[in-house]
Design a protein around this ligand. Sequence first.
Ligand SMILES: Nc1ncnc2c1ncn2[C@@H]1O[C@H](COP(=O)(O)OP(=O)(O)OP(=O)(O)O)[C@@H](O)[C@H]1O
Ligand SMILES: [Mg+2]
Length: 379
Amino acid sequence: MATRTTILDPMLRSPESAEFEVALQSMIVGQEQGVQALMELYQVFCAGLNSPARPVGNLLFLGPTGSGKTRIVEAAAEILFGDARTVIKVDCAEFQQSHEIAKLIGSPPGYLGHRETHPLITPEALAASHTDKLKLSFLLFDEIEKASDALWQLLVGMLDKATLTLGDNRRVDLSQTIIFLTSNLGGGEITELIQGGMGFVQPKDKPATGLDEKVERTALEAARRKFSPEFMNRLDKVVVVRSLRREQLEEVLEIELRMVQRRVLERENGRFLFRVTAAGREFLLLEGTDQRYGARHLKRAIETHVVHALANLLATEQVKLGDMLCIDWDERIEQLVFWKEQAVRALPLLQREPKLGQRRAASRLTVKIPSTAKQRGAV
Ligand SMILES: Nc1ncnc2c1ncn2[C@@H]1O[C@H](COP(=O)(O)OP(=O)(O)OP(=O)(O)O)[C@@H](O)[C@H]1O
Ligand SMILES: [Mg+2]
């Protein structure tokens, strides 16, 4: 008798993981390999098919500074757990001396200062990210190439057995945890490779052909030289993140400015909208990004030149609920200038719509910002 067959589609993804991927892509520019790796682990976890005796995943992110290695983990935590601060971050550079391990796991009872040491990795800290629906945690080890031998032993044990024994003998179960490791290893060589090829100075219409592969090979070779095979074998995936190209840095700027706008709109009073002109963006990009540090300083440039100025304008009541600001670069005085445009009608929770005839004419607000701008001619 003929049996009915149903063709299955193993590539089909659940709505949760598809939604997660879309959300992550909207926060992370490029780095598709990293986004994909995280999404796959999440899908396995949601299906309950992760191994009970291992972490949900062990991911190593390799690549240049300021390219999104840490940000991707924080963004995923924001999406899944509602707060980037739920990621337990271990900065390996802080644990270079073997005795400093006590800061991580606590010291044994009876040791002087036992009560004062609060271990960083505890069952409670891992549970901080848990929601009703999702009992998953993120543990991030930054700059692992700087880890001491003692930390290294702990790390390899965690990656393998998904457990950690604290100083007071409590056991921490890491089988519901994704362990992320990041390293700039090969960073120098990668920077050499990208000089003139990628990054800020690259003209928009010239993609760096073959460079990505070279960067990937260089990073992997550096990792194999530095890390033991027993460590490399415990990783589920090594993701090599790429330097951000000029147009990608522009996208990062867009995302960061959107986050500032959200902060403004979350205020109780004084919500307003702002836009930054092309010249204003150019200035922020020059201040906050470069070939060597990627987008590492972009946030700081935005805080210094935009957020501080907006705060001043709010504090002095020069901008109010419903205003629309334009932030522009003034070539002559080499400063960002702030303009008030007409009042906005569509602003959420705008209390009173201005009558047409009552709209104020655009007025210019000046905020003195010390200009540390590099010569614009350098672009
Ligand atoms: N791909 C990206 N997508 C979105 N934002 C990014 C990206 N890369 C960098 N950024 C921005 O730059 C900042 C610094 O990036 P991040 O901390 O992820 O660098 P990193 O690769 O971890 O560098 P390091 O090796 O120095 O730790 C982030 O907080 C974010 O604002
Ligand atoms: Mg980092």
